[in-house]
Design a protein around this ligand. Structure first.
Ligand code: FE
Length: 228
């Protein structure tokens, strides 16, 4: 069996949200899909260890914010590499709540859905929640983020900005080494820099400020290793 075959499955990228009492939480998920059109039902698969799983089981409602392709890495890091048990993930995020009371993001998403759970399937490490959609809205037109695109950005192979490479810059790109975050796998590519956080292209890892942190997971420079 070659499990690499699984890597050929394509996915989107979403923030799945829920609530418990007056608390709200959300997490990054790539497994959201429509099941049927009448009634409109969708499914999400959520790890049992995650707080969002606990919230969905408690409130029986969940929301899906559909990320736009230009969503910043820091947003995905906020919802993907932190736990709602330790931080309030929505503290610095602008959001609204739908008719079920679950939050949805208002920035960097194209659309949102919210649903009431009609069935819960125990799938070992995960629960699959099947929900009847009670609300849905398109916020703006654009290209949805895919799981593959996100990994390309994280690898530095799709620059978030499109720097105009001169031959000289290309040469420096070869000389300057990439560094990998040992926590989340983000790759710092000096040729690209970290424009979201004010680091211009052609900034070597060594020249990054001491207080620079991984734009995905927030780890410090000391957590980075030279790419092999
Ligand atoms: Fe990281």
């Amino acid at each position: 069996m070659n499990t690499k075959a699984l890597h050929k499955i394509s996915y989107g990228l979403y923030i799945v949200t829920s609530k418990k009492g007056d608390k709200i939480n959300g997490q990054v998920a790539n497994t959201v899909f429509q099941i049927s059109g009448d009634p409109v039902t969708i499914a999400v698969s959520i790890n049992k260890q995650n707080l969002t799983n606990e919230f969905i089981r408690d409130s029986k409602v969940f929301g899906v914010s559909i990320l736009a392709q230009e969503a910043p890495l820091s947003l995905i890091g906020q919802f993907g590499f932190k736990t709602g048990r330790e931080v309030d993930k929505f503290a610095s995020i602008s959001y609204k709540t739908g008719n079920t009371g679950v939050p949805y993001l208002t920035d960097h998403i194209l659309a949102y859905l919210e649903a009431e759970v009609i069935q819960e399937v125990d799938a070992g490490t995960h629960h699959i929640f099947i929900g009847k959609v009670t609300g849905a809205e398109v916020l703006k037109e654009g290209i949805p983020m895919t799981y593959a695109y996100y990994h390309q950005i994280k690898r530095g192979s799709v620059p978030k900005t499109a720097p105009n490479y001169t031959p000289e810059q290309t040469e420096r790109k070869v000389i300057m080494e990439k560094y990998v975050c040992t926590i989340c796998g983000y790759v710092y590519d000096p040729a690209v820099g970290d424009p979201e956080n004010g680091i211009a292209p052609d900034t070597s890892f060594e020249r990054l400020p001491d207080d620079w942190v991984c734009p995905v997971c927030g780890a410090g420079k000391e957590e980075f290793e030279k790419e092999a």
